[in-house]
Design a protein around this ligand. Structure first.
Ligand SMILES: [Zn+2]
Length: 288
């Protein structure tokens, strides 16, 4: 499983990608590959891996985006409308390197698909730097892909029980830790306090940063925290949190074993936070 604390396996070649001739030569290199991507979707092979193809034909800078190099091999992504598989359905089976390029490719291509026009003057924009940027030639505005930060919080009580809840739209039995988007002008920590007050009406202390993970559905960055509830008495927000409950580790293991509840995908930071709590390493991380 991917550990997002390690350096990325994807070299985004920031310095060289501003040279169009270099990017075009990279496209023509025999070892280069291209992956079809769409909104939260990728081309998948029958074995559940990524279905890449050798790059071929003339390079089209407007729709073929350089993701970067993985062990010296160039990866491109191109927008496709058909023949794709939802990323969520295969991501648990991808290697760390493939997950990185799949998340980057789907997120980047989705941004391009929604950024054809300049937000300042309304003129058409064009792709530059091998897909890293878009430029408006009329007013000179440069556009960069957006990432929306969201906080995700493992709430513990004084006895180290973990609060898990579910949203009404989730598959039956699914429970997880709590999450919400950061507002404009707000720190990550302020977002933790506000969101958890809104969702479960808990007053928190002892916020501890755990780690982060890209989540391109469509363009989030999940920022994980642990926090301690000053009081165990919570109130689930009507319409937003369908149910919530404190678990001890044995209670959670039993509920999982019986099939009463299920957890989020293995690839998610939510799952890793819950499993770290089960292993008693959430606040006492093991060396990487
Ligand atoms: Zn413009």
């Amino acid at each position: 499983m991917s550990d997002w604390r390690d350096p990325s396996t994807l070299d985004r070649v920031e310095e060289r990608r501003t040279d169009p001739a270099w990017v075009e030569a990279l496209w023509a290199h025999p070892s280069s590959v291209v992956l079809d991507v769409g909104d939260a979707a990728v081309a998948a092979a029958p074995d559940g891996g990524l279905d890449t193809r050798p790059t071929a034909g003339p390079y089209d800078a407007g729709r073929q985006f350089l993701l970067g190099l993985v062990e010296g091999r160039a990866w491109f992504a191109q927008w496709a409308e058909v023949g794709l598989t939802p990323l969520r359905s295969i991501m648990d089976g991808l290697s760390a390197a493939d997950l990185q390029v799949a998340f980057t490719g789907a997120g980047l291509a989705t941004w391009h698909a929604n950024s054809a026009f300049c937000p300042r003057c309304g003129s058409a924009t064009r792709v530059v730097s091998g897909g890293q940027t878009r430029l408006c030639d009329v007013c000179g505005r440069e556009l960069y892909p957006r990432t929306d930060p969201a906080v995700i919080v493992a709430i513990l009580d004084a006895d180290d029980r973990l609060l898990l809840g579910r949203q009404p739209t989730w598959v039956p039995g699914r429970v997880s830790v709590f999450a919400g988007f950061v507002e404009v002008g707000e720190s990550l920590e302020q977002a933790v306090h506000r969101e958890m007050a809104e969702e479960v009406a808990l007053d928190l202390t002892g916020l501890t940063y755990l780690g982060s993970q890209p989540w391109p559905f469509p363009r989030s960055l999940m920022v994980g925290f642990a926090a301690r509830a000053r009081d165990a008495g919570f109130t689930a927000a009507e319409g937003e949190i369908e149910a919530a409950r404190w678990f001890t580790a044995p209670e959670l293991r039993a509920a999982l074993a019986s099939g009463e509840i299920t957890l989020p995908p293995h690839t998610s930071i939510a799952r890793r936070m819950i499993e770290a709590w089960l292993a008693d390493t959430l606040l006492h991380p093991q060396p990487a």
